[in-house]
Design a protein around this ligand. Structure first.
Ligand code: SAH
Ligand code: MG
Length: 203
């Protein structure tokens, strides 16, 4: 894939930090895809599940000044994210909620979202989808990252050599694919972009 993404010094620092510390931030390929959707859709409010160090939130907020509500359950990630968002000067745009996303519905339930970006524990994607999509506006979009799990989800018959927990995750993601594709309230496609990305548009 070719793109002309530009990165600020802070964003380059975050990418380097993520690489050194194995924080699974979004790949450039996925990022350029998400940024294209945001640029076209111009969402007023975005909900992100899985902040990590704030990298994707900072990038998404910068496309067209959307408000981002982003949920993170890990204390050290939460602290890094708030620090980085402040450094980026985006603390008025990006609201980090320090909670497990399974328990944060009431923190955002008075807000309507144009875009939901799910990028947290893969085994819980279907729960996140069910909890938060009632807050989606008509024609709102749900994007899920890491949907192909390094290609393994497309290769479900050849996963015997993986650990029990990885096999369990792959099966759960595979079920979630089916649920998404069978949900007729959404038009869904799963793309082989980055680590696999689904786009579901609320009808
Ligand atoms: N969106 C980030 C990367 C997120 S990595 C980026 O691209 O820059 C996934 C993050 O989700 C991790 O920091 C992990 O702690 C968090 N997470 C996983 N399950 C969660 C849950 N149930 N609730 C809140 N955060 C969760
Ligand atoms: Mg991801």
């Amino acid at each position: 894939m070719k793109n002309n993404l530009k990165f600020s010094p802070l964003e380059l620092e975050l990418k380097e930090y993520a690489k050194e510390n194995k924080v699974p931030i979004i790949f450039d390929e996925g990022l350029s895809f998400v940024e294209a959707i945001i640029g076209a859709k111009r969402p007023k409010n975005i909900l992100e599940i899985g902040t990590a160090i704030g990298y994707s939130a900072i990038r998404m907020a910068s496309v067209c000044n959307s408000n981002i509500y982003t949920i993170e359950r890990d204390n050290s990630m939460y602290n890094l994210a708030t620090k980085n968002i402040k450094k980026a000067g985006l603390e008025n745009n990006i609201h980090v909620i320090f909670k497990d996303a399974l328990e944060a519905f009431s923190d955002v339930s008075n807000i309507k979202f144009d875009l939901i970006f799910i990028d947290a524990a893969k085994a819980q994607y279907h729960k996140f989808f069910d909890i938060y999509t009632p807050l989606l506006n008509d024609n709102g979009i749900v994007i899920c990252d890491n949907m192909l799990f390094h290609g393994l989800v497309n290769d479900i018959n050849n996963i015997d050599s993986y650990s029990r927990s990885v096999r369990g995750l792959i099966r759960k993601l595979n079920l979630f694919h089916d649920e998404l594709l069978n949900n007729d309230k959404f038009q869904t496609a799963i793309y082989d972009i980055g680590d696999g990305m689904s786009v579901s548009i609320k009808k």
